[in-house]
Design a protein around this ligand. Structure first.
Ligand code: 5GP
Ligand code: ZN
Length: 132
C-alpha cells in the first residue's frame, strides 16, 4: 500500500502496518481493508480487520465512508472462512472509545473465534450465553 492514500497518520501503528513499515501476519487484503492476526490473541482465532485509510473510530465515520464501513463488515465472512471459524461461529467486536478500552485509534474490528465465548463481554465475568 502506498502512503499517498487520502487519510494516513504516520504515528498510527495500523497505518504503519498498511504501509508495510511494520510487519503483520496478514490474513486478507483488498483495495479497502486489510486483516491480520492480533499480536496478543485472546482466543485461538483473533484477527483484526482495518480500513486502509486512517479513521480514528466508529464515531468518526461520515456518510461518505459508507463503502469503507460496509467493506469492513463484508470482510468478516472472508476472514472467518480463512481462519476456519465460519461454521463454528465467531464474534465481531469494535471497541470504541475509552470505556470500551479502545487502545489503537484506527478503526478495527476484532474477529474472535475458536472457543465458546461468554456473554456479556465484561472483564472477569465469563458466562455461558443466556446464563444469569
Ligand atoms: P483495541 O484495544 O484498540 O480494541 O485493540 C487493539 C488491538 O491491537 C489489541 O488487541 C492489540 O493486541 C492489537 N495490536 C496492537 N499493536 C499491534 C501490532 O503492532 N500488531 C498487531 N498484529 N496487533 C496489534
Ligand atoms: Zn491509522
Amino acid at each position: 500500500m502506498d502512503i499517498t492514500m487520502t487519510r494516513y497518520d504516520p504515528d498510527c501503528i495500523f497505518c504503519k502496518i498498511v504501509a508495510g513499515h511494520i510487519p503483520a501476519n496478514l490474513i486478507y487484503k483488498n483495495d479497502h481493508v486489510a486483516a491480520f492476526h492480533d499480536i496478543n490473541p485472546v482466543a485461538p482465532v483473533h484477527a483484526l480487520i482495518i480500513p486502509l485509510e486512517h479513521i480514528r473510530s466508529l464515531s468518526d465515520l461520515k456518510d461518505g465512508d459508507s463503502e469503507i464501513a460496509a467493506r469492513i463488515l463484508l470482510a468478516a465472512r472472508v476472514v472467518a472462512e480463512k481462519t476456519g471459524v465460519l461454521e463454528s461461529g465467531y464474534r465481531v467486536v469494535f471497541n470504541n472509545g475509552e470505556d470500551a478500552l479502545q487502545s489503537v485509534g484506527h478503526i478495527h474490528a476484532h474477529l474472535i473465534g475458536g472457543k465458546t465465548m461468554g456473554w456479556p463481554p465484561f472483564a472477569g465475568r465469563e458466562v455461558a450465553h443466556g446464563e444469569e
